[in-house]
Structure formats: structure tokens, C-alpha cells
Design a protein around this ligand. Sequence first.
Ligand SMILES: Cc1cc2nc3c(=O)[nH]c(=O)nc-3n(C[C@H](O)[C@H](O)[C@H](O)COP(=O)(O)OP(=O)(O)OC[C@H]3O[C@@H](n4cnc5c(N)ncnc54)[C@H](O)[C@@H]3O)c2cc1C
Length: 370
Amino acid sequence: MLSFWEKSSLLDFDYTVIGGGLVGCFAALTYKEAHPAAKVALLERGLLPKGASTKNAGFACFGSLSELQDDLNDCSLDDLVSLTERRYKGILHLRASLGDEAIGYAPVKGFELCLDQVNLEQMAFFNNALRSVFGSEPFSDHSSNLKSYPFDSQIKGLIAHAFEGTVHTGNLIDTLYKKLGEIGVRVFTGTELIAYTESESKVQLEVTSGHQGLNLNAQKVAFCTNAFTPLFFPELDIHPGRGLVLVTKPIEGLHLEGSFHYHSGYNYFRAIDQRILLGGARHLDKLTETTHEFGTNPLLRTQLVKDLNELILPGYSVEVDYEWSGIMAFGKNKQPIIKKISDRVAVAARLGGMGVALGSLVGKEVADLA
Ligand SMILES: Cc1cc2nc3c(=O)[nH]c(=O)nc-3n(C[C@H](O)[C@H](O)[C@H](O)COP(=O)(O)OP(=O)(O)OC[C@H]3O[C@@H](n4cnc5c(N)ncnc54)[C@H](O)[C@@H]3O)c2cc1C
């Protein structure tokens, strides 16, 4: 049974965020900074966040040329330009909020590996469209430098993106949680929301936490549960997409700077501490990868290791040291969903594969709705 003290002081909040990924943390941070006297809580079902934000590859990216070209099948050029702008502003907001050093931000540039010569006409088209976003042309043909990279001769072209960089995903989330503690947000990890009931005066949140039948109360609630949002709001166009990441053992003599993409952004790799982190290939088996279950798909793993040995680092001896998966959220297009469900309840979800870029702004926007 709950004590008088628990009931009178510890269970009622002005603003409660469900989901402790990048978006949820930024929602809680933004609300608390705007309302310092408010009681703000964040509930995360895992001891560590259990979705995408601690599982990602740490690319601060905005879309490779071939990925942007693909995106035009599902949206207009205007929508694509404004989404790219939000991604870029999101990275600027993330860096300004937490500091480059704390999040391990490195402005290493992005590179797309092309199996054909660079399509200069396509590059000029997107440079023209995105000049207003970045202040100058983001893409340039870097193919004349290919010889200085270890890649196989199947790679015929290299396109540089001047504004891309990388972050240290672990340090980023660690910094965010420290900041939430410092400003007085109550973080409940290992606490899963099971159901909620909205009344005229509050939202009652039923959680599992080791206290049977425990309910928290909130005046306003933000669901920042990304791929898991349909459990509460099945009407939203959100479906899960699993992503696989491998990290090799340290590789002697490895010198590789940049964040690299190929296959229309589905595959990616970067160097980290003399190792290669690589991932993706979800497009090879989208049906199996449309899942909320963490785990490894052997088909994708085999292809990633083959790419590593035959395309990225032929001639090196490479062994996988770490592997993990994370769950992203997708829909019919790449726009995130930020919307009020009622006066008290809002949702911010569906960040796809570029939530590092978008997450801070999406979190801020859902807090601003309250
Ligand atoms: C393998 C992989 C690689 C990626 N690489 C990149 C990259 O390089 N660059 C990039 O920009 N993006 C990348 N992404 C995407 C990016 O990580 C996501 O878009 C972003 O982290 C989404 O943040 P979020 O806070 O919306 O969701 P999440 O991080 O998924 O957070 C949602 C949280 O809600 C919690 N939750 C769910 N239900 C409940 C409940 N009922 N009660 C309490 N808590 C709950 C979950 O445990 C989870 O922690 C990658 C993703 C993956 C999986």
C-alpha cells in the first residue's frame, strides 16, 4: 500500500513524458526549462532506453544524394527541402543545447559510395534545391580522391556532403540524462506505461514498476514512444523497422575519416576507435525487419560482413566484436508525427533513420504544444 507521503508528494506531475529516447529527453528538458517550477517526470520502460536512441550509429546526416532521389518518389521537392532543413536545424539545436564536446560531435563530412560514376546533373539539381538550407552547396564530387580510400575498385564514384558529421551516441544520451537530473526532471527508468485514462482534471498513468497497481497522475502527457506508439494509438501510420549494427575488433593501420553511406542510405559505416562500425541492409528483407523484436537477421549480417571484406576493406583482416539491433519507426513518408491527441495528451514519433538529426527539435516541438 502507498504511504501518505507517497500519495501527497511523489505521484503527481504537471508534465509527464513517456519514453526516454532522444525525443522524450528533449521534450522533458524543453518543458522544464520553460516552466522551472513545474513538476516534470520522464518514464522509460528500460533500465537503459530500449528503442533506437542508444542503438543508433551516431550519424549526424541529412540524406545522401541517392536517398534524397528515392525520397522524391514519396514527397514533393518542397517537402523534401523543408524536411532537410528541419534535420539540419535539429543538429544545430542538439549541438547548441548539449555542447559539441559532451556529445562527441565531429564535423567529419559525409560520403556516398557510388557503384557508377557520379551523376553530376543530379548533384547540381540537389545542390540548387538545398543551397538555401545550408547556405552553400552541400554536395561535391570527391571521386578524384578515391585512391586515398581503402575501398574496392567496384566503387566508381564518391560524393562528399560538406555538412555531415558524427556524434558519440553513448555520450549524447549520458549527457542528456545528467542534464535532466540537474534541472530537476524526475526520471523513472524500468517503468513501463501499461495504460492511461484521461479525465477532466488529469491523466492517470498505470505503470509497472514493482509497485502493484501504482498510478502516477499528470496534467499533461507526451508520448515519445516512437515505434511502440501504436500500442496506445493504433490509428497512427507508424510501423517498426529493425536496424542491425556491427562493430569490428580494432583494425591495424586503419585510417578512415568521415561518415559513409551506400545503397541509397540503407547501408552505412564509419570508423570509431580504430574499428569499423557498419550497419543497415534492412532493404534486403524488409518484411522480417518490420518487427518490434530485437535480434539479428542472419541474411543481413552475412551481407554486411561480405561488404566489409569485399567492398569496404578488401585486403584487411577483419573480425566482428559487437553486434546489436535497435527499433526505428517508419510510415508512408519520412515526416515525423507531432500532434495533439487531446488537450492533455500529445504524441511525437516516427523519426525513421534520421532521429539523431531530428530528435532534439521534435522533442522541443511536442513540449511547445503543451
Ligand atoms: C540501428 C539503428 C541505427 C540508427 N542510426 C542512426 C544514425 O546514424 N543517425 C540518425 O540520425 N538516426 C539513426 N537512427 C535512428 C534514431 O536512432 C531514431 O530515429 C531516434 O533515436 C528516435 O528517437 P525516439 O526518442 O523517437 O525513439 P526511441 O529512442 O526508440 O525512444 C522511445 C523510447 O520509448 C520507450 N518506451 C516505449 N514504450 C514505452 C512505455 N509503454 N512505457 C515507457 N517507455 C516506453 C522505449 O523503451 C524507448 O526508449 C538509427 C536507429 C537504429 C535502430
